[in-house]
Write a protein that binds this ligand. Structure first.
Ligand code: SF4
Length: 448
C-alpha cells in the first residue's frame, strides 16, 4: 500500500481541501502518514495570503524535499496558483497543481507513482502553466470530507469578488462560486449520520453564498433552512463580512436554534478613510451597528474581529479611531495582523508606508486591548450554564477532556471524568464555567 503525507499551510479552507484530497486518496487505497513517517508521496498545500506566507510555503517545500529525497512531490494551494514559476523552480518538485485541478490530485498521484522515471523533465505530467481564470463553478470533492476533528468543516463557497486593495485571495481563488443548496444538505446529512454534532460552514467570502446560483439564494436563506430541517445539531459560520450580517442570521442563533451564537466579523480598520483605501465597502458606523445589534439580541454571543494594523498612511489618529471603536464595542476577542505589502495587490504600491517599529507598537497596544476583551467576555460567562461539544482530543498538557461552547469558549472539564472519557467524546454536554487561569485556560464542570 502506498503512503502519502500532506503538509497544510494557511487557512481553514486549505485544511478542508487537504482533508478532501486525503479522503479521496484513502478511498483509492492509499494510507495517510504523519510528518515523521516515510511516504511515497508528499503533497504541500501552500498559502499566499502574505509575502511571508509564500516564503514559508517555499521553505516547507524545500524542507520536505530535503527530508524525503526519494518521495514524489506535488505542490498545490494559493502560492502554487499565484507564483507557479517560483514553486516549479524548486529542485525536486514533480508537479504543481492549480486550484481548479485539486480534485484531480488523487488520479495524478497514482500516475506519478506508476512512472518508472520520476524525473520531472521526462514526465508526461510535466508542469503545465497555471490557469488564472476563475473556475466559474464550485469544485467539490466526491467524498464527504470528515477530517480528523470533532467538528467537521464544510466548504460551501469559494473565491471572492471584492478585491480589497491589500488582499491577494481573489487573484488566487477567482470569483465567488457556491456549492449548490442540495449538495450542502447532502453533505450535512452525511456528516450528521456519521456522528458529527457540529459543522463549520466555511468559505473565502462565505456571506456571498448563493449569489452565483440560479435560482439565487442567500446565506440567510440557507441557514434558515438548515434551522428548519436540522440535518446536524448545530452549525457555525467560520467568518462573515459586516455587510452580510443580517437580523435573519442573528435570529437563527441562540437557545434552541441551529446556528452557534458566535460571529467572526473582519473589521480591519475603524477609520473610514483607511477603510476606503482598503476598498472595504462599509463604514465604522455600520460595523458598530452590526455588533450592537448582535449584542442586543444575543448578549452572550462570542464576537471576534480581524484587525489589520499599519496599512499604508495610517496615522496615529487613525489607529486611535480603530482602538476606540473596539474598546467601546462588546467584542470578545481579536485576531491582529500587522500589514505587510503583498506583491500583486494595489496596496503594494501605496505611498507612506508605516514604520515597522510603529506597527509593532500599535500591535502591542491592540494585543493588550484584546486581553481585556477576552477577560471581560470570560467574566460575563462565569457561572453560566453553557452547551459544549466534547472534543476527541484531550488537553495536551493536563490530559483533561475539553468542550467547545456555542459562543466559542474552550473549557477543560473535571479530571474525575477520566473513566467516562470515551463515552463523552463527540457528545454535547451542559456545563458550567467555573474558573480561568492567567493564560485564559478555562475550567468547568458538567451539570446534569
Ligand atoms: S473580502 Fe477582501 S479580504 Fe476577504 S478575501 Fe475578499 S478581497 Fe480578500
Amino acid at each position: 500500500m502506498k503512503k502519502f503525507y500532506i503538509e497544510t499551510l494557511g487557512c481553514k479552507v486549505n485544511q478542508y481541501e487537504s482533508d478532501g484530497i486525503a479522503s479521496c486518496l484513502v478511498k483509492k487505497g492509499w494510507v495517510r502518514t504523519n510528518k515523521d513517517q516515510p511516504a511515497d508521496l508528499c503533497i504541500i498545500n501552500t498559502c499566499a495570503v502574505t509575502s511571508r506566507a509564500g516564503m514559508q510555503s517555499r521553505q516547507a517545500i524545500r524542507r520536505i524535499i530535503r527530508e524525503n529525497p526519494e518521495t514524489r512531490i506535488i505542490v498545490t494551494g494559493c502560492h502554487a496558483q499565484t507564483d507557479p514559476d517560483l514553486v516549479h523552480k524548486i529542485e525536486g518538485v514533480h508537479q504543481v497543481v492549480c486550484h481548479r485541478d485539486k480534485t484531480g490530485i488523487p488520479d495524478l498521484a497514482s500516475d506519478l507513482i506508476r512512472k518508472s522515471d520520476p524525473e520531472k523533465e521526462d514526465s508526461t505530467l510535466a508542469f503545465k502553466p497555471v490557469d488564472h481564470t476563475p473556475a466559474n463553478q464550485f469544485i467539490s470533492f466526491p467524498e464527504v470530507v470528515q477530517g480528523s476533528m470533532t467538528r467537521a468543516y464544510l466548504k460551501i463557497q469559494d473565491g471572492c469578488n471584492a478585491f480589497c486593495t491589500y488582499c491577494i485571495v481573489p487573484y488566487a481563488r477567482g470569483s465567488s462560486v457556491s456549492m449548490p443548496e442540495q449538495e450542502v444538505f447532502r453533505h450535512l446529512e452525511l456528516l450528521g449520520d456519521a456522528g458529527f454534532r457540529e459543522v463549520i460552514l466555511t468559505g473565502i467570502h462565505t456571506g456571498m453564498y448563493g449569489r452565483d446560483l440560479r435560482p439565487g439564494i442567500s446565506l440567510s436563506d440557507l441557514v434558515e433552512k438548515i434551522d428548519r430541517l436540522r440535518p446536524v445539531e448545530r452549525v457555525r459560520l467560520s467568518s462573515i463580512e459586516p455587510m452580510e450580517m443580517d437580523d435573519r442570521l442573528i435570529d437563527c442563533a441562540g437557545d434552541g436554534r441551529v446556528l452557534c451564537d458566535h460571529f467572526h466579523i473582519p473589521l480591519q480598520s475603524g477609520d473610514d478613510d483607511i477603510l476606503k483605501k482598503m476598498k472595504r465597502p462599509y463604514t465604522s458606523g455600520h460595523f458598530s451597528r452590526v455588533i450592537r445589534r448582535i449584542h442586543s439580541k444575543l448578549p452572550f454571543a462570542g464576537i471576534g474581529a480581524d484587525i489589520l494594523i499599519g496599512f499604508p498612511s495610517e496615522t496615529d489618529e487613525q489607529f486611535t479611531n480603530t482602538f476606540r471603536l473596539i474598546k467601546d464595542l462588546p467584542i470578545s476577542y481579536l485576531h491582529i495582523f500587522p500589514f505587510s505589502p503583498r506583491k500583486g495587490t494595489p496596496a503594494y504600491d501605496f505611498e507612506n508606508p508605516v514604520d515597522p517599529e510603529v506597527i509593532k507598537e500599535r500591535c502591542r497596544l491592540m494585543r493588550a486591548l484584546d486581553r481585556k476583551k477576552r477577560e471581560a467576555f470570560i467574566r460575563d460567562n462565569m457561572g453560566r450554564r453553557l452547551k459544549g461539544l466534547v472534543q476527541h482530543k484531550e488537553d495536551r498538557q493536563s490530559g483533561r477532556l475539553k468542550a467547545v461552547t456555542s459562543n466559542y469558549l474552550t473549557v477543560s472539564l473535571d479530571p474525575a471524568l477520566a473513566d467516562k472519557n470515551q463515552a463523552l467524546k463527540g457528545k454535547m454536554v451542559d456545563l458550567v464555567l467555573e474558573r480561568c487561569d492567567k493564560e485564559f485556560n478555562l475550567f468547568g464542570r458538567i451539570t446534569p
